[in-house]
Design a protein around this ligand. Structure first.
Ligand code: MRU
Length: 341
């Protein structure tokens, strides 16, 4: 759960939940300075939340969309239209398609009750998977490790526990003393705003750095390992994650620093042969040209805003899932059922 206080009252909440046919969520656009719980009742409101990052992070988007589809089906809305509208809300995180497919199949098989049961099942399953990612990943984190992470792959991005942050939380719970370098994650600052906020709530020691400081710190010996989440892991082990992940992986590889990627099975795309085939979301240039609604670049200069990049499997030391910690060969054997490379 995410622990936070509002007006001296302590709350323990997942990033979103279903209440009386609506989805309630911690609004991630407003964190950390305002902690606001909002309610999204219509399909349009829910899609708006996904597109504008009120809810974000691959597993959370998938589970949120699963509920969104099942609630729409409950209201008698059209399956294909709703499915496609949700599927097109964000292109890179494959959890969205995987979770929507599961609810769609359940509906075709057993109607709206089956669809609803499936959405709740996905929600519980991802939470449990993330808890297990923590238990498994904590085994490979030294007690006082200095860890670099990027973007937010915490409980906000997964309902509870997180992916990259889950092993760190478990390590802390078990008496370790992990330290986290939080890369700020331009342009929407998921690191500086969300990861820092979560680590603060958990009492985990951390410092925020600008994205471009990670090479400097790695070279100075200030980083023992890098751990990130993923938005899509392909059938050859390549993965997409927040823009800037690739360069951290390259530097870590060059300096012999382990680079770990943590994700639940909903993030695996068996249909995607390699990273070149992953659709990369391009977001509005204004996210770069403006900072909190104030223009920062010259009128007349334009920006290019890819939201994700691809890290080739060769740069990944291990894959951490709910089933364990795997080398690339083990990962492919476990999930892809191909001959080891
Ligand atoms: O654009 P965002 O904030 O949805 O991007 C999120 C990430 O890149 C996360 O690292 C990824 O989804 C894994 S979340 C457990």
């Amino acid at each position: 759960m995410i622990r936070f206080s509002v007006a001296d009252e302590i709350f323990d909440r997942p990033s979103f939940w279903v209440k009386e046919g609506k989805i309630e969520l911690i609004d991630q656009r407003r964190l950390p300075l305002e902690v606001e719980i909002i309610s999204a009742g219509t399909l349009e409101e829910q899609i708006h939340c996904i597109k504008t990052l009120g809810i974000r992070g691959a597993p959370a988007i998938g589970s949120f969309a699963a509920f969104s589809l099942s609630l729409a089906l409950d209201r008698g809305e059209d399956l294909e239209k709703t499915y496609n509208a949700l599927l097109n809300s964000r292109p890179t995180a494959v959890d969205l398609r995987n979770c929507l497919d599961e609810v769609k199949l359940a509906f075709m098989d057993g109607g709206k009750d089956q669809a609803s049961k499936t959405a709740f099942n996905i929600y519980g399953r991802i939470m449990e998977a993330c808890r297990m990612i923590g238990e498994n990943g904590a085994q490979i984190i030294p007690d006082s490790a200095k860890i670099l992470t990027h973007c937010n792959a915490g409980a906000l991005a997964t309902m509870d526990w997180g992916t990259a942050l889950s092993p760190i939380r478990v390590k802390k719970r078990d008496g370790g003393n992990p330290f986290v370098w939080v890369s700020e994650t331009r342009p929407l600052l998921q690191g500086a705003r969300l990861t820092a906020w979560e680590l603060l709530q958990e009492g985990i020691d951390h410092r925020i750095i600008v994205d471009s400081a990670s090479g400097y710190l790695m070279r100075k010996g200030e980083v023992d390992l890098v751990i990130t989440g993923a938005d899509r892991v392909c059938a050859n082990g390549d993965l997409a994650n927040k823009i800037g992940t690739y360069e951290k992986a390259v530097i870590a590889h060059d300096l012999g620093i382990p680079f770990y990627v943590a994700f639940p099975k909903t993030t695996i795309d068996l249909k995607c042969p390699d990273g070149d085939q992953i659709p990369i979301e391009e977001r509005d240039p204004s996210e770069i040209e403006e900072l909190r609604d104030s223009r920062i670049s010259p009128h007349g200069s334009t920006a290019f805003n890819p939201a994700f990049d691809v890290t080739p499997a060769e740069l990944v030391t291990s894959y951490i899932t709910e089933d364990g910690v795997f080398s690339r060969t083990e990962f492919l054997k476990m999930y892809i059922k191909k001959a080891p490379l």
